[in-house]
Design a protein. Structure first.
Length: 275
């Protein structure tokens, strides 16, 4: 409990100063937050800037009042993103889903100039499943079984001053697959959009899918989410409604986590603080 309060204290520290200092959040929609809901955009925080985020996903709304419509269950993810340069971003995170830790690098290939409406970035991510080895039921069990890799090409465009959208082709490599017929490399595709309702308030949407046709990784219910985000100074608060419980890039698009219907929808939120 004390550790959680310490995190909250660090998150809130310097609020007054942050409101008065120069705002590193981009004025254009592509740079206001690094994530739409789960999907990253092509943007980075900028050289020397740090972003701390807390992500929460609750249980199914259809669980009803006994489980507080999903609020009695939750998955949490904590992470840090840091701008090594204006083009190069790196980050780490820890998720309760599969006790997964991950690290990534993202390089912005295009889109730094104010005159450019296009953003283009390459993201590479490695994740480690931290669950106890006896859960896997394998003998022998190798540490490499825990690893997954993600590579994405993130393409975004500011179509109007109020509308930003993009597409994300990629591939997920799974070191240990479930059956001999399953591929280790799974092609994926995603899309996202952000619409400015008014200053400091945006509507967001994202969807992702696996293209592993014919394998157990071919999703019957691709993950999709709708959201609304509020921006205040260097803080961003994002509310979402979606069918995905995982928040990690290597798992969200490679496992069915619930159909897009009332029995599987889940509320969630992201809290972001940038320095």
């Amino acid at each position: 409990m004390r550790n959680f309060l310490l995190l909250v204290g660090l998150f809130a520290a310097g609020v007054t100063h942050a409101q008065e200092s120069a705002n590193p959040l981009g004025a254009d929609l592509g740079h206001q937050s690094l994530r739409i809901v789960n999907q990253q955009t092509a943007a980075g925080p900028g050289e020397g800037h740090l972003e701390f985020f807390i992500q929460h996903r609750f249980g199914d709304i259809a669980q009803g009042g006994y489980n507080a419509f999903g609020f009695d269950q939750s998955q949490i993810r904590l992470g840090l993103d840091y701008g090594i340069s204006d083009r190069l971003t790196t980050g780490i995170a820890r998720s309760s889903w599969g006790k997964t830790s991950n690290a990534y690098v993202k390089y912005q290939l295009a889109g730094l100039k104010e005159s450019s409406r296009w953003d283009l970035a390459w993201l590479s991510d490695i994740s480690v499943n931290g669950e106890q080895s006896n859960i896997w039921g394998l003998d022998p069990f190798y540490p490499s079984h825990r690893l997954r890799f993600v590579h994405q090409l993130i393409v975004g465009r500011e179509w109007t001053p109020r509308f930003y959208a993009g597409i994300v082709p990629g591939v997920v490599h799974i070191n240990l697959v479930e059956t001999a017929n399953d591929p280790n490399d799974i092609p994926t595709v995603g899309a996202f959009a952000r619409y400015s309702v008014k200053p400091k308030m945006n509507l967001t949407w994202e969807a992702q899918n696996s293209l592993a046709i014919g394998s157990s990784k071919a999703l019957t219910s691709p993950p999709m989410a709708l959201g609304v985000e509020f921006i205040e100074g260097l803080h961003i608060f994002q509310l979402s409604l979606g069918n995905a419980l995982s928040m990690n890039e290597a798992y969200i698009v490679t496992s069915d986590q619930g159909a897009w219907d009332a029995s599987h929808l889940r509320l969630g939120f992201n809290i972001v603080r940038r320095w």
